[in-house]
Design a protein around this ligand. Structure first.
Ligand SMILES: *[C@@H]1O[C@H](CO)[C@@H](O)[C@H](O)[C@H]1NC(C)=O
Ligand SMILES: *[C@@H]1O[C@H](CO)[C@@H](O)[C@H](O)[C@H]1NC(C)=O
Ligand SMILES: *[C@@H]1O[C@H](CO)[C@@H](O)[C@H](O)[C@H]1NC(C)=O
Length: 277
């Protein structure tokens, strides 16, 4: 009886040790901070992991498929860098948990990965991957110009909105009194030295429904995904009420029609008098 009890105990111990070994390396996480980097700035790529008592063999860093940095505690020196054009590692701030990249250029947009390997007797390797995006945000809000400063019903509202150089390109949207009026407008891209200036045009015949209490507020919104949003707004001179304006026109038309009618009356009256006397 005591033999089988001992056997059972031994099996339990083996199972525990076995599963502990399998879980030797875990929680490998890659954080890129910032992950959306401004051109020319720096970013810290942090690789965290739980060794669970296993000895660390190596941490390797890759840009796409190319290794650029390696940390091996058993070697001297611990670190090795492999040059990749356009990739600048700040070695003084890089170690077994992070690499710091400086002077980041556009061609570093893309995948980075860290590969952690533990040494004997608990060999294990885990690779994690994350992407980075290199951007230039517009230096100022969009500029909005219109062909007139005052519009009546029936006029065509012509506007030009332009967002300064950025990468990726900003998309532009026109909003009139809080309603998007130019859903099919095309944002034209003008490339220059890796960046894009964008422009969009509005050509809108105005109907009474466009006015809100006689007011027109035109807004142009420049947007780059979730990264950036800025707008420029312009409220046009308050038209007292676009509908009475039309009524005034009708009145003047009626008056013009009245004139020949009065003449006719006068002529008729004159003829009558002439015949009578
Ligand atoms: C990245 O850009 C730099 C210049 O900004 C250039 O020297 C390098 O060759 C580029 N690297 C790649 C992989 O395209
Ligand atoms: C980046 O990695 C993802 C998987 O995380 C993959 O789907 C994608 O194709 C990779 N991009 C490039 C340019 O290799
Ligand atoms: C639109 O506005 C931008 C910036 O104000 C200007 O450079 C561009 O020439 C204008 N385009 C048109 C077609 O008016």
């Amino acid at each position: 009886m005591s033999v089988s009890k001992n056997m059972f105990f031994v099996i339990v111990v083996i199972v525990i040790v076995f599963f502990r070994d399998i879980e030797s390396l875990k929680n490998v996480v890659l954080d890129i901070e910032p992950r959306i980097v401004e051109f020319g700035k720096e970013s810290t790529l942090r690789c965290s992991y739980d060794l669970e008592n296993a000895p660390l063999y190596t941490v390797k860093w890759y840009r796409g498929q190319f290794e650029f940095y390696r940390f091996t505690p058993k070697e001297h020196p611990y670190t090795k860098t492999f040059p990749i054009e356009g990739l600048d590692v700040d070695e003084s701030r890089s170690n077994e948990h992070q690499v710091v990249l400086r002077n980041i250029g556009f061609n570093l947009s893309g995948n980075f990965s860290c590969e952690v390997t533990t040494d004997e007797p608990l060999l294990a390797a885990i690779t994690v991957i994350k992407d980075m995006l290199v951007v230039v945000l517009p230096k100022s809000p969009p500029s909005l110009t219109t062909d007139k400063s005052f519009y009546e019903v029936g006029d065509v509202l012509r506007a030009n909105c332009s967002s300064p150089q950025s990468r990726p390109a900003a998309t532009l949207t026109f909003i009139l009194n809080n309603i998007v009026v130019c859903e099919k407008c095309i944002t034209h891209k003008y490339p220059k030295e890796d960046l894009f200036r964008t422009e969009s045009y509005l050509d809108l015949p105005l109907s009474p429904s466009h006015y809100h209490n006689g007011r027109l507020t035109l807004k142009c919104v420049a947007q780059i995904g979730d990264l950036y949003q800025q707008d420029t707004e312009f409220t046009f001179a308050n038209v007292k009420d676009p509908i009475p304006a039309r009524v005034t026109q009708t009145t003047s038309l009626a008056r013009r029609l009245q004139k020949p009618f009065n003449c006719l009356l006068l002529t008729y009256f004159t003829i009558c008098c002439f015949l009578y006397f």
